[in-house]
Design a protein around this ligand. Sequence first.
Ligand SMILES: NC(=O)c1ccc[n+]([C@@H]2O[C@H](COP(=O)([O-])OP(=O)(O)OC[C@H]3O[C@@H](n4cnc5c(N)ncnc54)[C@H](O)[C@@H]3O)[C@@H](O)[C@H]2O)c1
Ligand SMILES: [Zn+2]
Length: 358
Amino acid sequence: MIVRNKHRNEIYSINFNKSLKDFFRASTKKYHNIALITDSNVHKIFHKEIMNKDINILKISPGEKSKSNRVKEKLENKLLELKFNRDSLIIAFGGGVIGDLTGYLASTYLRGVDLVHIPTSLVAIVDSSIGGKTGINNNKGKNLIGTFYNPKEIIVNSDFLKTLPNKEIRQGMAEIIKYGIIKDYNLFKKLEKINDNFLDNNEFEINKILKKCIKIKVEVIQKDFKESDLRSILNFGHTIGHGLEKLYSYKKSHGDCIGTGMAIESLIAKKYLEFSSGDYKRILKILDKYHLRKTIYKKSDIPKILEFIKLDKKNKKSKITFSLPDKIGNIKKRNKKFTVEITDKKIEQTLKEYLNEI
Ligand SMILES: NC(=O)c1ccc[n+]([C@@H]2O[C@H](COP(=O)([O-])OP(=O)(O)OC[C@H]3O[C@@H](n4cnc5c(N)ncnc54)[C@H](O)[C@@H]3O)[C@@H](O)[C@H]2O)c1
Ligand SMILES: [Zn+2]
């Protein structure tokens, strides 16, 4: 699959099931120096697959805490020590944490060196490795510091998923369901039918689903790299979801929060726009099938959730906007935009109604 970025005049490919050995062999011929950045969980499982005498393996601790300036600086110092120059390559081998951090590092090290993503988690395969967003967290919030930076290549192999814990599969399922709701009714129908244990489906089916999701994200980011309008459809479920993540001080996982977020945002679409009750019920059902509606809040939390949503960087001038479907598989433009403003009162009402429903 080819990704074209017309704003930056860049082009790169997403390659499926490419042999790592072949890729390493070709890269060691091409580059002066190569570093592969991974976390200790991933390293423990795949150390044999990534072993190569010409590649420097840099291992960091797993988890969101590693998406920090401190860890980035440590890696930069290591690369400087190893005399990495502009003819070097940096490979991100891991989940979204590794991808975001390594992408940011590659984009700023000597003002930019070549980057390749090899995503190993479901979230990284269908979401974070595509689209060029890189970044780290700081004490004021998540993903506040970063760049838009494209890799030279993304290598996708669903075999890596076999060792991924169930909880992490669930995080990726939330984004996969989101793709179905915002852009692909057939994908949604497929997700209604298949085995709820994603990895128990046959390999062909799994790969087909992954490719569909990747294609949707690529199509969206090709048209709107910097998120001026269309790209906001990828935020379906995320406005409420981010509010819930903040309410729980990020102790609950992203996918679990956007699961509930998608349910509540669908209820907003049903109450105040044209989304049908039949479609709303199907969304609740599919979220339950993949155990994505377990994050819940109390009535007394509602003012806090609203406040957190307003603080979100995506909500300009304290007005809360959403990207909401008109039916499963589509988000239509309203007033020439893919986002629509919903008043605080309506959001509050919906958050209350959702609690009464469950
Ligand atoms: N840049 C973007 O557009 C974008 C989009 C979505 C998410 N993100 C970011 O991605 C991060 C979340 O990504 P994630 O869910 O992959 O988290 P993660 O990188 O923390 O990975 C989840 C866990 O799975 C482990 N793991 C990864 N691959 C494995 C494998 N094959 N087998 C066994 N264990 C494995 C990791 O060590 C980690 O413990 C967040 O920081 C989020 O902000 C970025
Ligand atoms: Zn997300």
